[in-house]
Design a protein. Structure first.
Length: 228
């Protein structure tokens, strides 16, 4: 297994691991957003509470959740290691930074964007996931199904304008992170092609706008009392 370990610990292996974990998290964000958008249903939290109950009691979802936590940790650690190596390599090549680089701001600051995103994830887990698991939630019954009123936690959190602002700002940084990470993940996997790369780049740009915008719309709409 030494060849496998050497591959993963090498620069190419780390980039590949970064790409694979990144793509998993990209898919997770789509599913997570689809579920969270139910918070905007004009039903007093019924749809979201039933959704949250089904997720919490689904064995497959539990396994995916634990896997998601693992992939986040691996993605963050791998990203920071790569960022430090890239910075060291640039310092060796260039004593003075040039201004004619074609790299985007996001690509030059992926480590910073990743750290900001990690801070948001920790705050998100503490404010919502932890409260769902350990808080004293009221029980509601829908058609004979007893569920926790998790909607109340989210509704209370998004009644705070400072938290709403924090959430929205973090989504902006997430958008920048995704704008580079989406296309670079495919490149790291060797899926570069003059025919498909432009499409992947455009798809990544659309994704990096719509997904953070979707997440940001939830606290804004809830704070303003907008329901659909």
């Amino acid at each position: 297994m030494s060849w496998f370990t050497q591959t993963l610990t090498g620069s190419v292996g780390k980039k590949l691991l970064m790409a694979l974990t990144g793509l998993f998290l990209i898919l997770f964000l789509v599913v997570h957003l689809a579920g969270n958008l139910q918070l905007l249903a004009n039903d007093g939290g019924r749809a979201f509470n039933i959704y949250a109950h089904s997720m919490a009691n689904n064995p497959f979802i539990k396994i995916v959740s634990y896997g998601n936590f693992f992939f986040i940790i691996v993605h963050v650690i791998d990203g920071l290691v790569l960022a430090m190596k890239n910075k060291a390599a640039r310092n060796i090549r260039y004593k003075v930074a040039t201004k004619d680089s074609k790299s985007s701001w996001a690509s030059k600051n992926m480590a910073l964007l990743g750290i900001i995103t990690l801070i948001f994830i920790i705050a998100h887990l503490k404010g919502f996931w932890y409260e769902f698991k350990n808080g004293s939630l009221d029980m509601l019954t829908y058609d004979g199904l007893a569920v926790q009123n998790g909607y109340a936690i989210v509704d209370f959190a998004f009644s705070n304008p400072l938290f709403v602002l924090f959430y929205v700002v973090c989504m902006i940084f997430l958008g920048f992170h995704l704008s580079h990470g989406f296309s670079s993940a495919f490149q790291s996997m060797g899926l570069n092609h003059k025919k498909y790369t432009p499409f992947i780049s455009k798809l990544g740009l659309i994704y990096s706008i719509l997904i953070p915008l979707g997440f940001a719309s939830i606290p804004i709409c809830m704070y303003l009392g907008i329901k659909f």
